[in-house]
Design a protein around this ligand. Structure first.
Ligand code: NAD
Length: 318
């Protein structure tokens, strides 16, 4: 006797159960492809963005476009936000999103925002009878498009377990970092480290140039010695040693200076709140903050080496 396999459901149910609907607010460079990956995974996605082109692209990807955030959240088991900053998340939550979603809906904020704002957002969600997580990402627009993001998640165990299948449709690695705000904390700590490391790697190349040491020789030694790190081994700030690094494409693509400056600004706020000195983190925030006001703001953050070279030239002349 042959058995007929059960027909695939038209849409994948979201873990907590009921409707299988996910609301997605913020369909920009990151949110657009993330929402498209949820559709591809079989979820029914209702979404909203203030920008018409973002809505049009989402429609093409199979997303149901709503007239406002509240309409997107109606009947949704999971509500994802991917917005520019904390103020957008808090105002969207309080401006109708929390009220419109069903009781017990799971709110997942994937934006990179201040830790204090992340905790406020969770408190507001809990006060409205909803569940909530902070789940910022790393992996950039390539990771968002390819569904290979890393999610750093803060919140209760049961809520993280419920969110996992949804996050797995958009990412490759899900790390539960601790309670509310711990995901944002991990993101800020990591990016402060990354910003400092990139400046260190760039300074080493500039010093090598002045000592007559070739870039290839420095790379060959340091990429396998104690100086190795992602900023050197993967995102090398000079063209040549790592053919895929943005330096080989005139610093186009990659992780923009403006975003690094934003993340270091958030890290500085956290340093101030904790009364921490952290001189290198603060200096990195200043270096990238200055760079973000120039025409290099859109370039990959490894372009910082060009500023260091210019500073070296200025110092030599004076
Ligand atoms: P983006 O500017 O491309 O997209 C943000 C979108 O939010 C825009 O389409 C905008 O119209 C929409 N928006 C703003 N306010 C809104 C509101 N009230 N209601 C509905 N839509 C609204 O930004 P992005 O690059 O997609 O980044 C989003 C978040 O992800 C940011 O917090 C950023 O720091 C973080 N992030 C970005 C990257 C990256 O490489 N771009 C990487 C990691 C994390």
């Amino acid at each position: 006797m042959t058995t007929t396999p059960a027909a695939e459901p038209a849409h994948r149910p979201v873990p907590a159960g009921a409707s299988g609907v996910i609301a997605f607010i913020g369909l920009g460079n990151m949110g657009g492809p993330m929402a498209a990956n949820l559709v591809r995974a079989g979820y029914r996605v209702q979404a909203f963005d203030l920008a018409e082109p973002a809505l049009a692209a989402a429609r093409d990807a199979g997303v149901t476009v709503a007239t406002d955030a509240g309409e997107a959240a109606r009947g949704a088991d999971v509500v994802i936000t991917m917005l520019p900053a904390g103020r957008h998340v808090l105002s969207t939550y309080s401006g109708g999103l929390l009220d419109a979603a069903p009781a017990g809906a799971l709110f997942i904020d994937c934006s990179t925002i201040d830790v204090a704002d992340a905790r406020k957002a969770v408190e507001a969600a809990h006060a409205a009878g909803k569940r909530a997580l902070d789940a910022p990402v790393s992996g950039g627009t390539t990771g968002a498009t390819n569904g290979t993001l890393t999610f750093m998640v803060g919140g209760a165990d049961a809520d993280v377990d419920a969110a996992r299948p949804v996050l797995e449709a958009m990412g490759r690695k899900i790390v539960h970092c601790g309670g509310s705000g711990a995901g944002q904390a991990a993101k800020l700590c990591n990016n402060m480290l990354l910003g400092i490391q990139m400046i260190g790697v760039a300074e080493a190349f500039v010093l090598a140039e002045s000592l007559g040491l070739s870039q290839e020789a420095l790379f060959e030694v340091s990429s396998t010695a104690t100086g190795q790190c992602w900023a050197l081994n993967t995102n090398c700030p000079v063209p040549g040693p790592v053919p895929t690094s943005p330096a080989n494409r005139d610093y186009q693509g990659g992780f923009a200076v403006a975003l690094m400056a934003k993340d270091l600004g958030l890290a500085t706020t956290a340093l101030d709140a904790g009364g921490l000195g952290s001189p290198l983190g603060r200096l990195a925030a200043q270096v990238y903050g200055d760079l973000a006001t120039t025409d290099r703001a859109g370039q990959d953050f490894s372009t910082v080496i060009n500023v260091l070279r210019e500073r070296t030239a200025t110092a030599t002349q004076s």
